[in-house]
Design a protein around this ligand. Structure first.
Ligand code: NAP
Length: 502
């Protein structure tokens, strides 16, 4: 194993260690990293939440979590992992709890020889992020000296719920941490195929010369889910699809597709270019928003087997929270002028999948003469598939064997998992990068704010569904989404790539 695959010595402090994220994702990932040898001996984990537990009860709860959501632990492997786990009861609103935490941190630093390195993982309610950061600072738990042991903070989305709350959160974080110490997770960026967008573009000479308005007709970016809101109805009511998916995952994908070449592959130079894309997004204001944005909400499926959004637990019976969004987005810069970027995401759609479709322009003139052959020449398409399959395929015209000239569309296909079956899971990659201090895959404060700068006016135009055009269109659960989303593209004589194939 390479040195970069092993975390440095560290005490990982999980604030919110009795919650869903810790159980479902964080602990199974850490256990898998332990078993695979990614954690050094001088690495320990301290959980904190209000639930009353001692170390033994915490270890038992975490074992159950790993059994339920990860690889079932084996006794020997589990025992050595459990020795790293500790727990401290405390309320995040109580300054005394942070003093007690500081004492425990000092003790565990010494016991596990972590060298004073620490990472705070905020796995709790986003409304508590700012207060927790302030309290960590006040309790002297954060070291600022870049030459000394590191102190870092890792937070999960949402990073605010609009532009001003995102600015306020960044401000509160910056009162305590330098930007280099802050790691904002967008788990889409941990996916190898997402990272590969930059390699495809900037490590190959054949694509980049075509990657502009002269040769690309339009781009589609989709992230569809087959599942509904499930048990997270209460959270979703506050969030809705624009905050849950578009502001973060879809805009991150758009930035990777649209950005200029960075000066080099360092975190800040790559993030500089991504922020340029966010700055270039054309702001939608007032009623013009309704022309370029279609929101939807799932209704029961046609056969009644899937519930509608209104039937989900925690959802108001008259809720106008959107569960689907389709947007036509313009990137106002030299490279992309006139090229629409169509974004689409939603819950309870026909299929769970995420992909980027780059549609090239049609050939300028058909030399084959025969009308039938010319009519069958489809424009080239490059499809970067992120989920469920991780693959790239290029569609191109080919001759059908035989007399005469019949043209067909062929597919050149590269399956990521066939070639690299052992790629690390996204969450592991992100955790390891954060522990190593590598920020490339994490969002920077200005990027977060610029993406909210684009999304906030759309949220305002649709606030509360008051305007008659602002009510989400119903679509049957398990379908392709509302018809209005098809019409959005039909106006430009384009079609969505069908979810689940042709
Ligand atoms: N769950 C997921 O799969 C998922 C996915 C993506 C992002 N996220 C994000 O991850 C974060 C955490 O989500 P979650 O689903 O894990 O939430 P959760 O299940 O509600 O967990 C919240 C945790 O915070 C603790 N807590 C709440 N108030 C506290 C207080 N005043 N003092 C001390 N502890 C307190 C809770 O434990 P006690 O009640 O014992 O105090 C619990 O451990 C959120 O930002 C969420 O948006 C979650």
């Amino acid at each position: 194993m390479d040195k970069i695959d092993i975390a440095p010595p560290c005490l990982l402090v999980i604030l919110g260690a009795a919650g869903d994220l810790t159980r479902r994702k964080l602990m199974p990932t850490l256990y898998a990293m332990h078993i695979a040898g990614h954690l050094p001996p001088s690495f320990a984990i301290l959980g904190m939440a209000r639930s009353e537990m001692d170390d033994a009860a915490f270890r038992a709860a975490m074992r159950t979590a790993c059994e339920t959501f990860g690889d079932p632990p084996e006794d020997a492997g589990w025992q050595s992992f459990a020795d790293r786990l500790h727990y401290q009861t405390g309320n995040f609103n109580d300054a005394d709890a942070y003093r007690a935490l500081a004492g425990r941190v000092t003790e565990l630093d010494a016991r596990h020889a972590t060298g004073g390195n620490r990472m705070f993982f905020l796995a709790t309610l986003p409304s508590l992020y700012a207060a927790i950061a302030t309290q960590l600072g006040a309790a002297g738990l954060v070291h600022l000296d870049p030459q000394g042991p590191f102190s870092r903070v890792l937070i999960e989305k949402p990073f605010g719920h609009d532009l001003s709350s995102a600015q306020a959160l960044n401000h509160a974080l910056h009162e305590v941490f330098r930007e280099e110490q802050i790691f904002r997770i967008d788990h889409y960026l941990g996916k190898e195929t997402v990272q590969n967008i930059l390699v495809l573009r900037f490590a190959n000479a054949v694509f980049e010369p075509l990657w502009n308005r002269q040769h690309i007709d339009y781009v589609q970016i989709s992230a569809a889910e087959h599942i509904g809101v499930g048990s997270r109805g209460g959270y979703y009511e506050e969030s809705g699809v624009l905050r849950d998916m578009v502001q973060n995952h879809l805009l991150q994908l758009l930035a990777l597709v649209a950005m200029e070449a960075p000066l080099n592959f360092s975190a800040d130079r790559v993030r500089d270019r991504k922020v340029d894309v966010f700055r270039a997004l054309r702001t939608m204001l007032g009623e013009e928003t309704y022309h370029d944005v279609v929101l939807g909400q799932y209704a029961p499926s046609a056969d009644g087997s899937l519930p509608g959004y209104h039937q989900e637990a925690g959802v108001a019976p008259d809720s106008v929270t959107p569960t689907f969004a389709a947007l036509k987005v313009h990137v106002d810069n030299w490279r992309w002028q006139g090229v629409p970027f169509y974004l689409r995401t939603g819950k309870r759609l026909a299929k769970g999948c995420a992909e980027v479709v780059v549609q090239f322009r049609s050939i300028p003139f058909c030399v084959f003469g025969e009308e039938q052959a010319c009519a069958r020449i489809a424009p080239n398409r490059l499809v970067l598939s992120i989920q469920p399959e991780e693959s790239i395929h290029l569609e191109f015209a080919t001759k059908v064997p035989g007399n005469g000239l019949a043209v067909d569309t062929a597919r050149m296909h590269f399956g990521f998992n066939d070639r690299y079956p052992d790629a690390p899971p996204p969450y592991q990659r992100l955790l390891l990068d954060a522990l190593r201090g590598e920020q490339l895959l994490f969002s920077r404060a200005d990027g977060v704010e610029m993406s909210w700068h684009f999304i906030t006016p759309i949220l305002e135009a649709y606030a509360d569904g008051i305007h008659p055009d602002a009510r989400p269109y119903p679509y049957p659960a398990g379908s392709q989404g509302p018809v209005a989303a098809d019409e959005l593209l039909a106006q430009d004589s384009h079609n969505w790539q069908r979810l689940g194939g042709v």
